[in-house]
Design a binder for this molecule. Structure first.
Ligand SMILES: Cc1cc2nc3c(=O)[nH]c(=O)nc-3n(C[C@H](O)[C@H](O)[C@H](O)COP(=O)(O)O)c2cc1C
Ligand code: SF4
Length: 486
């Protein structure tokens, strides 16, 4: 992962933990209305892909155990990982693109309801993504994948050559000369792997996205409702289709790109279709970016505009992440796909303990506060969720007291210790296993293997009945905690 040049090592500092009485009076542990429902506390576990679904996108026992474990910590809400809305193979990522996925997802909602004793609300994140191919072997790229064009022949002065000769000539060119022969897009396909963009409107499947996506999201949301989820979160963040529509880099000329108003058009049409499918008495939220954190991408002013537009349209909750884009991703190894959390924007999304003078904790606070302000100025009381490096009680409570956000998201901190909420609420903050922000978990995510936390995955491996990774070396859920054992 990319890290800031300064390389300053930061230690998490949760500060003084509250006693049970102080916690009981804290804003963090007060109920909050989200559209037609209510959370019992202003605490939130944002979506995290744990790589536990089957290759066909079905819920497994390990998926149930994973979310059941978070539920026993009793956060106000859990958002289930990014779940694909199309019925197409996408590896061990959960899917909701067909009614056959409903029974498995139903088990998931029942598990969370049972394990939290009805205290935690459960939402599911709905995602669409475009095709991303692995970085090709250069020999194969020039032999097979590259489409030879007049531009190549002109650049090589090779009008009369056979195609094979053009290909082999290009394969032998030094790196610095390739840039004169290949287009920037071809060069990107060679170095990063081919990646579709929302601006590729010459491709029918991309041109048709505005026609296809409202129905796909609406059907998925209806299935989420049938499976018993308390609501859906439309994934408009990071490197995926909807975030790309919102991005200032979206120059589509069909009314769905260019101005902010046009970039918000499809996200709002998707919202309308989802709302029509699930009705007014169901939570529809979205996660989007406070800043794209890439050259030419969205700024906080763009996000403030979108926040106000989404709130006015009727979204029940707005959750803000930042960065996580393909545009600045590290060049993957041959045979691997680019990963959107490996560049500077990826760092902004999941900042690690080696950081710059600003440090990895709370980098999203100011942008989110500005977006919340714009939402309030637009006359909307829509709750805003802030996530990013939050691990201490005071840190979270101060943000709420300062009206910078309404709900606090704890992603890696709740992975490190799913009982954070129960411990802090009960005056047992000293027993919290504090996240060290090493991104060990994130490295596992990047390898598409089961995500665990280094603070607990080697603990109690001989405990009877615990689920482990296939090699038996890591446990798949955090050890249990009881107050009297702390
Ligand atoms: C293993 C892992 C998987 C993640 N998967 C998702 C995801 O499916 N959807 C999403 O919006 N964010 C995802 N994220 C980002 C987190 O939700 C969160 O925004 C980020 O980790 C920063 O918050 P934190 O500092 O509290 O960890 C993931 C993060 C991790 C560590
Ligand atoms: S592995 Fe554990 S301690 Fe390290 S960043 Fe992830 S959750 Fe935090």
């Amino acid at each position: 992962m990319w890290r800031p040049r300064e390389r300053i090592r930061w230690q998490p500092d949760p500060g003084i933990w509250p006693g049970a009485d102080e916690a009981a009076g804290a804003k963090l542990f007060q109920p909050i209305d989200i559209g037609p429902t209510q959370l019992e506390a202003c605490t939130w576990v944002p979506a995290m892909v744990p790589w536990r679904a089957t290759g066909d996108g079905e819920v497994t026992d390990n998926v149930l155990d994973w979310y059941g474990r978070f539920a026993r910590g009793r956060p106000g809400a859990i958002v289930v990982e990014a779940t694909g809305i199309r019925d197409v193979p996408s590896g061990p990522l959960l899917r909701i693109g067909d009614d056959r996925f409903i029974p498995g997802l139903k088990k998931l909602t029942e598990t969370v309801r049972r394990e939290s004793d009805g205290h935690t609300k459960l939402f599911i994140q709905l995602i669409d993504f475009l095709a991303v191919r692995r970085r090709p072997d250069p020999a194969k790229y020039f032999e097979r994948f590259l489409k030879i064009t007049e531009r190549h022949r002109d650049a090589l002065d090779a009008q009369e050559w056979t195609e094979d000769k053009v290909r082999s000539q290009m394969a032998g060119l030094p790196e610095d000369e390739l840039a004169d022969v290949l287009t920037p897009r071809e060069l990107e396909s060679l170095h990063q792997g081919y990646r579709e963009r929302v601006t590729d409107t010459d491709l029918p499947q991309i041109a048709e996205l505005p026609a296809a996506l409202p129905g796909l999201f609406a059907d998925a949301a209806r299935r989420a409702r049938d499976a018993g989820f308390d609501g859906v979160e439309l994934h408009y963040a990071h490197a995926y289709t909807m975030a790309s529509f919102l991005s200032a880099l979206n120059t589509r000329g069909d009314g769905y790109g260019g101005s902010r108003e046009n970039r918000a058009r499809l996200p709002l049409e998707v919202y309308d279709a989802v709302r029509a499918a699930v009705g007014d008495d169901y939570v529809v939220g979205t996660r989007f970016l406070s800043e794209d954190c890439i050259d030419g991408g969205n700024t906080v002013e763009d996000a403030a505009y979108f926040g106000a537009a989404f709130a006015k349209a009727g979204f029940d909750v707005l959750s803000l992440s930042r960065g996580g884009k393909f545009e600045d991703a590290k060049r993957p190894a041959v045979g691997q796909a680019a990963y959107p959390y490996t560049g500077p924007s990826g760092y902004e999304c999941m900042p690690q303990f080696i950081s710059d003078a600003r440090g990895p904790f709370g980098r999203n606070v100011e942008p989110v506060a500005a977006i919340r302000d714009a939402v309030r100025k637009a006359g909307c009381e829509t709750p805003v969720v802030l996530t990013g490096g939050i691990h201490g009680f005071r840190q979270a409570e101060d943000i709420l007291q300062a009206d910078q956000a309404d709900i606090i998201g704890f992603a890696r901190q709740s992975l490190a210790d799913p009982d954070w909420f129960r411990k802090v609420r009960g005056g047992h903050g000293d027993a919290v296993r504090v996240c060290e922000y090493t991104n060990y978990c994130e490295a596992l995510d990047q390898k598409h293997v089961p995500v665990t936390c280094q603070l607990w995955d080697r603990k109690g491996l001989d405990e009877p009945g615990i689920a482990k990774t296939q090699d038996g070396k890591r446990r798949l859920t955090a050890p249990e905690w009881e107050p009297d054992k702390s």
